[in-house]
Design a protein around this ligand. Structure first.
Ligand code: CP
Ligand code: NVA
Length: 310
């Protein structure tokens, strides 16, 4: 248990300087995995399915000498079998850190309020901060300094888009979001990302036209049209997102050699084509790999062990 544990609930919780620190720490840990979290336990409290987030946290903790306990969606019943504040206080007595994947952002906020250990947002309806860190780590490995680097996100202004916008604008990137009317970033995310861009010399541009966003962009990113929990809206969304596909025609408008990005799972043939996913420029599986090292850095940082990394 800690006095005032530091959490990562939103990408807005970390400053530009902390983001750079985390990316450098991730690069160091990837080069030299080391047991800085020996004896520490991470609980994975998941209310939605997962491949990448679950396995990458488990592998990350193992690389750092720690352990994990996985709690599947049917097991805990956050706020149903038991009050959120009770689950939070109980887990605080058992483990050292917890990653929570759930529905509304207010659930992780309430969870963290009662937690005596650091809480990591492992995806909510509103945010996916670990994904954004892994994405920027991947780009940093490819191009070095990210200041001024352009990224066009095509599709739904969802959790992935939100965390990407908040994190990339903090680093001074040129962020363009192309979404259909009614599906762009939430207003408060636009104002926070704009403020971050102003402070960093970056830029946030919101448009409806995918071609406009992709033109000259050095990377083009997309995510599913229907996120977990929105399954009933799938048909309506399929119609709304017609024309918002990441395909080779769209990539032909981007800068030569522009990267193709997706957080996965992908719905091939919907938001992205097979051809784009399999293209030379695709760094999609590097993004997936880097979840391990981004999250290794987050856990090390939140547990106050970054100073021990050599
Ligand atoms: N990208 C991502 O978070 O994947 P999972 O849903 O499989 O964890
Ligand atoms: N936007 C997607 C991301 C999955 C990793 C979802 O929330 O389902």
């Amino acid at each position: 248990m800690q006095q005032n544990p530091r959490h990562l609930l939103s990408s807005a919780d970390i400053t530009a300087g902390e983001t750079r620190f985390l990316l450098d720490l991730a690069i160091t840990l990837k080069k030299r995995p080391q047991p800085v979290l020996a004896g520490r336990q991470l609980a994975l409290l998941f209310e939605k399915p997962s491949l990448r987030t679950r396995v990458s946290f488990q592998v990350a903790m193992r690389h750092l000498g720690g352990e994990t306990i996985y709690l599947a969606p049917q097991e805990v019943g956050l706020g149903e079998r038991e009050a959120i504040k009770d689950v939070s206080r109980v887990l605080s007595r058992y483990v050292d850190i917890v990653a929570v994947r759930t529905f509304g952002q207010e659930i992780v906020q309430e969870y963290a309020e009662y937690s005596g250990i650091p809480v990591i947002n492992a995806l909510t309806n509103e945010e996916h901060p670990c994904q954004a860190l892994a994405d920027l780590l991947t780009l940093k490995e490819k191009v070095g300094d990210l200041k001024g680097f352009s990224i066009a996100y095509i599709g739904d202004g969802n959790n992935v888009a939100t965390s990407l916008a908040l994190t990339a604008t903090a680093l001074g990137m040129d962020v363009r979001i192309a979404a259909p009317k009614g599906y762009s970033l939430p207003e408060e995310v636009v104002s926070e990302s704009t403020a971050r861009a102003q402070a960093s010399g970056g830029r946030l541009t919101l448009v409806n036209d995918p071609a406009q966003a992709a033109t000259g962009a050095q990377s083009v990113y997309t995510d599913v049209w229907t996120s977990m929990g929105q399954e009933r809206e799938a048909e309506r969304r399929r119609i709304a997102f017609t024309g918002y596909q990441l395909n080779m025609e769209l990539m032909s408008k981007a800068a030569p050699g522009a990267f193709v990005m997706h957080d996965l799972p992908a719905h091939r043939g919907d938001e992205i084509t097979d051809e784009a996913m399999e293209s030379q420029e695709s760094i999609i599986f590097d993004q997936a790999e880097n979840r391990v090292w981004a999250q290794a850095a987050v856990a090390t940082f939140l547990l106050g062990a970054a100073g021990e990394v050599g």
